[in-house]
Design a protein around this ligand. Sequence first.
Ligand code: PBG
Ligand code: ZN
Length: 322
Amino acid sequence: MFRRRRLRSSEYMRALVRETSVSVDDLIYPIFVVEGENQKNPISSMPGIYQYSIDRIDEELDRIREAGVKGILIFGIPAHKDEVGSEAYNEHGIIQEAIRHIKKVFPELIVIADICLCEYTSHGHCGVIKDGEILNDETLPLLARTAVTCAQAGADMVAPSNMMDGHVAAIREALDEADLKTVPIMSYTAKMASGYYGPFRDAAHSAPGFGDRKTYQMDYHNPREALRDMWDDINEGADILIIKPGLAYMDILKMASQETDMPLAVYNVSGEYSMVKAAAANGWIDEKRIVMENMIGFKRAGAQMIITYHALDVAKWIKEGY
Ligand code: PBG
Ligand code: ZN
């Protein structure tokens, strides 16, 4: 008789036969940096996550160092927004200055800069606008300048999240021309137009002022289109692909791992975090168990890297043997 239970008999036995694991090395922690002084602003829809001003960020860096997390994804929130998102590509903008500071106080930390305009535009869209339309090709040079200024400030990687067509190629070309040939591009490749980004838009003040992002982010009904989009990014020179959101898109992640040989990251986005936090705060779920199950789900589906707001907790739970 088959007795599968033979190999489930004790914690040590289960550990020996385990097929998948998650390591602290896999984790990337998103952080929000806001212009101004002495700011540590809680984000009400994301308990435990704050916007920090540069003069308060060391406190967060200490927590990251202590957790052993090796990468952060950084978002800037400027004091002034305009139609064309000028602060995104100001070499002394909030994200550029934050990167300089972080690389000075914590040089080994892998700092990944989000490359988008929506936190910087007065209308909250990820591209420039004319007559109510989000323009693609006119946006590309601005994204390229954003990437170059972030890399010049010391970013170890750039992560374009704007979903304009051709953005990876435009950024690669601009980085190469600026003698930043060694800076990798971690591209949000299958980024769906998703309701799961709601809490992030509170955190980054980046909700679109009119309409939605459906003309540039992907339609979540289309897995085969997601694959085409991945190949576009690969051909344009992406070094790492991001699948986003995570939980509802495990099939896309699995497909990416089977159909490409690219390093893969999954973004366990804000709405996924908020749902877990809300249920846990009500005592309806066991937060640690649920979060670790989600992490292993991402690993099973093929992610090497997990971008998650839970990163510091996960690091601690891994060390404790969860
Ligand atoms: C900006 C951006 C978004 C996220 C990452 N970069 C939001 C959006 O597209 O509106 C979402 C991250 C999250 O929800 O945690 N382009
Ligand atoms: Zn955007």
